[in-house]
Design a protein around this ligand. Sequence first.
Ligand code: HEC
Length: 98
Amino acid sequence: MKRTTGIAVGLVLSIGLVLAGVAVGSAQDSPESLISARCARCHNLGPVCGNLGRKTAEQWTETVGRMVKKGAQANDQEKTLIIDYLSGPEAPGGSLCK
Ligand code: HEC
């Protein structure tokens, strides 16, 4: 009985943590949801999707830096996540631009 209570409490706690993470939109989000949330406010994902597989990591770093200067919201950790994803091999054909 005690044991099951412990497991139940553990489950509730971990679900709570996951939900809290989603609610604040932390950097633990998938890169796709982070990009959809932060990079489709001024324009749609068109310019992002049109450049997947074309820009190098340096070019994405330059672009994302410019977007942040314009007002895109991303801290250093989120910028790294976004740039790694956009210049990585999973982005073209990934779920972001479907
Ligand atoms: C504050 C408004 C704003 C936000 C938020 C924003 N952008 Fe932009 N974006 C612009 C404007 C304005 C342009 C066109 C002028 C230019 O390219 O500087 C643009 C153009 C672009 C282009 C095409 C030009 C190029 O350099 O290839 C890409 C790619 C792009 N944005 C990616 C992103 C990404 C990735 C994010 C999220 C990190 C983002 N944008 C968030 C305003 C924004």
